[in-house]
Design a protein around this ligand. Structure first.
Ligand SMILES: Nc1ncnc2c1ncn2[C@@H]1O[C@H](COP(=O)(O)OP(=O)(O)O)[C@@H](O)[C@H]1O
Ligand SMILES: [Mg+2]
Length: 281
């Protein structure tokens, strides 16, 4: 019997702008990590239309708001997805996370803590924009994966997000995935542009984790509501997801004094003060 671990790696997938591929990357990264025999929980933190349960044809009956209300436990709302990944479905509960009673806070932290044993990675698919809940999820995660496409709005929004997280939460390390480019050279060039502007003006370091090309089979899979990674294994961008999963799996873990899912949950619901400079400004 292993001693209790406290090592779930929490990765927030975010972007600033919507429609850049966060949900697609979250799902397929989760599947690619599962392929490496990792246990993965995918948390849908976006209440948008094309969310994880829609894309994977799942029908959640209950969600986090039921856990918050005390109607059921976190394990009761987990849905089994393909490749043994587990999904925490989207919920309006996310909006109320910072307004919970102390008992609800404690319950939620305990609930996430119980997932620790059985989860190597938790991928959090965030909403677009810079809402409080998005920045809270990002600052609570050990790694932030910023998805960016080659259009001016996506680059500007990625910069704004990085700036906010750096200025208000002192986040310095960002992982970048460039998505929907025509060639790897275009992806490298885009990453270098984002890196030069952020590293010039902010105290941050950006790492390029993967370049995912525009791939019609990703669109096809989305239309069919089938998981791309499993349905189109010979597609050109599959190797990018494999590379991303291997990078995520092998990177040096950020070691936190109190790591793991209970730490994530505490910050997510705001029971640890994480917004000092934002509240003041
Ligand atoms: N590399 C890609 N090639 C082609 N289409 C993509 C790619 N990545 C994402 N898409 C498509 O772009 C749209 C937006 O992706 P989605 O993951 O829902 O973005 P977000 O979660 O950031 O709003 C979806 O139709 C998705 O299928
Ligand atoms: Mg999405």
């Amino acid at each position: 019997m292993q001693t209790r671990k406290n090592t779930t790696q929490v990765i927030a997938v975010t972007s600033g702008k919507g429609g850049v591929g966060k949900t697609n990357i979250s799902i397929n990264l989760a599947l690619a990590l599962a392929d490496r025999d990792k246990s993965v929980t995918l948390m849908d933190a976006d209440l948008g239309l094309a969310n994880i349960d829609v894309l994977l044809k799942l029908k959640p009956l209950r969600n986090l708001s039921h856990v918050i209300e005390g109607d059921c436990e976190l394990k009761d709302i987990l849905i089994d997805g393909p490749n043994n990944i587990r999904i925490i479905p989207a919920s309006s509960g996310i909006k109320m996370m910072n307004q919970l009673t102390p008992a609800q806070n404690a319950g939620l932290i305990h609930a996430f803590d119980e997932l620790e044993e059985s989860t190597d990675f938790m991928i959090v698919d965030t909403a677009g924009g810079l809402s409080d809940s998005v920045v809270r999820f990002c600052s609570a995660a050990q790694e932030i994966l910023v998805v960016v496409c080659n259009d001016p709005a996506s680059i500007a929004d990625a910069y704004a997000l990085i700036k906010t997280l750096n200025r208000d939460f002192r986040v310095q390390r960002f992982q970048v995935v460039v998505n929907k480019v025509q060639t790897d050279a275009e992806g490298c060039d885009l990453f270098e542009r984002l890196r030069s502007v952020t590293e010039q003006f902010l105290d941050v370091v950006l790492h390029l984790k993967a370049i995912i090309q525009q791939d019609d089979n990703i669109l096809r899979a989305a239309r069919q509501r089938r998981p791309f990674y499993l349905s189109y294994p010979s597609s050109k961008s599959i190797k990018s997801f494999k590379k991303l999963a291997s990078e995520v799996d092998n990177q040096n873990r950020v070691v936190r004094a109190s790591g793991g899912l209970s730490f994530f949950a505490e910050k997510m619901i705001g029971s640890q003060e994480v917004l000092p400079s934002r509240v003041m400004s």
